[in-house]
Design a protein around this ligand. Structure first.
Ligand SMILES: Cc1cc2nc3c(=O)[nH]c(=O)nc-3n(C[C@H](O)[C@H](O)[C@H](O)COP(=O)(O)OP(=O)(O)OC[C@H]3O[C@@H](n4cnc5c(N)ncnc54)[C@H](O)[C@@H]3O)c2cc1C
Ligand SMILES: NC(=O)c1ccc[n+]([C@@H]2O[C@H](COP(=O)([O-])OP(=O)(O)OC[C@H]3O[C@@H](n4cnc5c(N)ncnc54)[C@H](O)[C@@H]3O)[C@@H](O)[C@H]2O)c1
Length: 464
């Protein structure tokens, strides 16, 4: 008799983990099927944690920030080897896998390693070492995404990489051309530049991360240039000639040729539905390459849910986990107060870090909303002076009529933490009064919120 569960979760990334834990907390029998030998998905194994850990190591090795990191010998700073760079990343990854496996185990979740394929609407066949057929009342698909591999790039070459392969570098590049100035390309370009590697960042577009508030995008580009990133804007890479030895040659749309030791292609990510055999479950729409869901994360087959990167935007570890929690809550009649948080922040781990929540100035202008802008530079508060971040700033946007907060945008050290005050204020629909009436620790970057609020109100009175 094949095992029966209340819930099968396909994929053990942040979306699958959150769905499994939520259902288990509701007393349900849960199985998670994971094709990789490890739990954690892209977030732990190839994406979020590796890239953020490598960034931290690069900051330490370059002396841009001095911190004691696991296994990183700071006396190496110059001439670091690839092992120096990857050691801390491997330690963090391994510890976090253990943490997730431990959490699933404590909740009694069964983890089966193998590739899951639907064999019916309530049945999943697992191939691989743990081959078996599982049955469940409900299914959550959390199979994530894979890097897009544009045609014409020889990915089999050991110096032409996608972002998944970066954690397997076998030597430090002398120079690197990063193709695609999206979030992944920008983050990795900063890391390589911080390590002192000649770094080119190439994109067919002409603006850095255009979804950011324009002030932050401009400030980030200036900081990245100071770090040593060489931007190549308005150029598409049309050809990639990678000889066995010697530099890789990139043919650009203008006719220019750019050469580099290594090439990293960051041209977006695509939903992973290929292995799933979705037709067997009645998921016809998945044939187009993406699972479509309603506001409860139900697919066209209502007992089958899909969460995380496999359903597309915003495709973040943070939002995937929220979706997993909401889907499992809905599946077992314990809906949380809202499907997912109404307010979703963005944290981008470039050097410097950038983080934002709510509306940008451009969006408010386009919507015809009258607003006030308030700014505070990191060096205007004592903590900013202490850490010496001279370029960092917070920008707040308030509705002019009632001073309700509409957006918070931060660039600088720990921006992705600083933004959380803005996130909470937006969640409760607060405005200038709350930020002025709150007692912040001193000295902290939180105090930026008071200063930026004063700045907005003074500008509103025409006294700035
Ligand atoms: C370089 C990089 C940096 C990133 N940085 C950030 C960041 O700073 N902050 C942030 O919030 N997000 C970041 N992300 C995005 C984040 O990693 C993803 O949004 C997140 O991992 C998606 O979670 P998920 O659960 O949907 O899928 P995944 O984490 O991709 O997990 C899916 C899992 O499903 C498994 N699987 C797939 N198909 C099957 C099958 N048929 N059977 C069994 N198992 C299967 C896979 O092996 C995988 O383990 C980054 C991504 C990358 C690539
Ligand atoms: N901190 C974070 O939140 C974080 C970090 C990393 C990744 N992510 C997730 O990963 C996703 C994918 O990121 P991404 O950066 O790979 O994709 P992206 O789609 O954001 O950016 C790809 C870029 O590549 C450019 N491009 C594509 N082909 C090109 C070519 N031949 N020549 C020149 N330019 C080319 C495009 O113009 C685009 O700007 C993000 O949207 C996000 O969901 C999030």
């Amino acid at each position: 008799m094949s095992p029966a569960f209340d819930l099968i979760v396909i994929g053990a990334g942040p979306g699958g983990e959150a769905a499994a834990v939520t259902a288990a907390r509701l007393g349900k029998r849960v199985a998670v099927v994971e094709k990789a030998p490890f739990v954690g998905g892209a977030a732990v194994n190839t994406g979020t944690l590796p890239s953020k850990t490598l960034r931290e190591t690069a900051l330490a090795l370059s002396g841009l920030r001095t911190r004691d990191l696991h296994g990183v010998d700071l006396s190496l700073r110059r001439g670091a080897t690839i092992d120096d760079v990857l050691r801390h990343e491997r330690a963090v990854k391994s510890a976090h896998r253990d943490h997730i496996r431990g959490l699933l185990g404590r909740y009694g979740v069964t983890v089966v390693h193998g590739t899951a394929r639907f064999s019916g609407p309530h049945a999943v066949r697992v191939t691989g070492s743990g081959a078996q057929e599982l049955h469940a009342e409900k299914v959550v698909v959390a199979t994530g995404s894979v890097p897009v591999r544009p045609p014409g790039f020889p990915f089999e070459h050991d110096r032409v990489h996608d972002s998944d392969e970066l954690v397997e570098l076998h030597r430090m590049p002398r120079s690197i051309a990063v193709i695609g100035a999206g979030v992944i390309g920008s983050e990795y370009a900063c890391m390589f530049a911080a390590l002192g590697i000649e770094t080119y960042l190439i994109d067919g577009r002409n603006a850095l991360l255009p979804f950011l508030d324009a002030d932050l995008s401009t400030a980030l580009e200036a900081s990245m240039r100071r770090l040593g990133v060489r931007f190549v804007w308005g150029e598409c890479v049309n050809s990639c000639d990678a000889p066995p030895t010697g530099d890789v040659r990139l043919g650009l749309s203008s006719g220019r040729v750019l050469t580099a030791d290594h090439v990293l292609i960051c041209a977006g990510r695509a939903s992973r539905v290929a292995d799933l055999n979705p037709e067997a479950a009645g998921l016809a729409a998945a044939r187009k390459g993406r699972l479509v869901v309603n506001e409860h994360f139900q697919t066209e087959v209502p007992h089958i849910y899909a969460v995380g990167d496999v359903i597309g935007f915003p495709a973040l570890a943070s939002t995937s986990a929220e979706q997993g929690r909401a889907a499992a809550g809905h599946a077992f009649g314990a809906p949380t107060r809202g499907p997912v948080a109404r307010v979703l922040p963005t944290g981008i781990y470039t050097i410097p870090e950038v983080s934002a929540v709510g509306e940008t100035e451009d969006a408010l202008r386009a919507a015809g909303v009258e607003y006030l802008v308030g700014r505070a530079g990191y060096t205007e508060v004592a903590r900013g002076k202490i850490i010496g971040d001279e370029a960092g700033f917070l920008k707040l946007l308030f509705r002019r009529s009632d001073h309700k907060l509409l957006g918070a945008h931060v660039i600088g050290e720990v921006a992705s933490e600083v933004v959380h005050i803005g996130v909470m204020a937006l969640m409760v629909g607060a405005g200038a009064d709350l930020l002025l009436d709150t007692c912040f620790n001193h000295p902290t970057l939180g105090e930026l919120y008071k200063l930026a609020t004063h700045d907005a109100l003074l500008r509103g009175r025409g006294t700035s």
